[in-house]
Design a protein around this ligand. Structure first.
Ligand code: ZN
Ligand code: ZN
Length: 255
């Protein structure tokens, strides 16, 4: 992926974050915040539509609500022999909800879903993440100056699931805020603190410190995509599918 195609991807992710922020903001005032499922579908469709050569999405109808994974989508980014895999649970973060209440909400069903996300991701070798659809007007710090220095860039916010677990453990929701980053930072790579190298490596190096406590059965950084994605990419029926409703593949070299 060239620098400029990363920048174009980043712009698209920023645009979707700004739109999502608007939906949550307007939605909160009208008591009509779109559901996580709707926001996820619209965002993935828009991202694919703008980058048809670089982005593939698959949506599965036989979905069991991610009961085995606790996730809404699986996300692979890479190319040229390196890939990084992530498993993502989307949640709305309503304006006015404190980080502490948010942590409690992410822990609903007595923590079953959070534990499921952590354990299934460790088992399958994927980084477990939350993507928060957020409409907060104020943040205690500036957002990413490279991607977009406004709070709306946090319309789609990525938080490591381990960070939510430790916030719950310590009883301090504020801890979650320090783990938040706009989702655009993952695709442009420039703001991850590892400015050179393959995007998959940059993402892996920047996420790994948050997952020290998680024992991955295999690394989320791979030299080959999982069989089911290789099959889907060729238009062949995969032998098995992960228990998620959506797959998102972003491939270096495409536009
Ligand atoms: Zn960026
Ligand atoms: Zn950034």
């Amino acid at each position: 992926m060239t620098g400029s195609s990363r920048t174009r991807l980043c712009r698209t992710f920023v645009d979707r974050a700004v739109q999502t922020w608007r939906y949550v903001d307007i939605g909160a005032r009208n008591r009509l915040i779109p559901g996580e499922e709707t926001l996820t579908d619209i965002n993935l469709l828009e991202i694919q539509g703008r980058h048809p050569g670089a982005v593939r999405i698959w949506r599965f109808s036989k979905w069991k609500e991610g009961r085995a994974t606790g996730a809404d989508w699986e996300w692979w980014i890479g190319g040229s022999g390196w890939w990084v895999g992530m498993r993502v649970q989307a949640k709305n973060w309503r304006p006015g909800t404190t980080p502490k209440h948010l942590a409690a909400r992410l822990n609903y069903r007595r923590g079953q879903q959070l534990q499921l996300l952590l354990s299934s991701s460790a088992q399958d070798g994927l980084f477990p993440l939350y993507c928060l659809y957020n409409g907060r007007r104020r943040w205690p710090w500036l957002t990413c100056p490279t991607c977009q220095p406004s709070p709306q860039a946090f319309g789609c916010t990525i938080v490591p699931a381990t960070c939510v677990a430790s916030a719950l453990h310590s009883g301090s929701g504020a801890h979650i805020l320090s783990c938040c980053r706009p989702w655009s930072c993952l695709v442009c790579g420039q703001c991850l603190g590892f400015p050179t190298g393959a995007l998959a490596h940059q993402i892996y190096d920047s996420l790994l410190p948050a997952f020290e406590t998680l024992q991955f059965r295999m690394s989320p950084l791979r030299e080959q995509l999982p069989q089911y994605i290789l099959a889907l990419r060729e238009g062949a029926p995969p032998e098995r599918l992960p228990d998620v409703a959506r797959l998102l593949l972003i491939e270096e070299g495409g536009e």
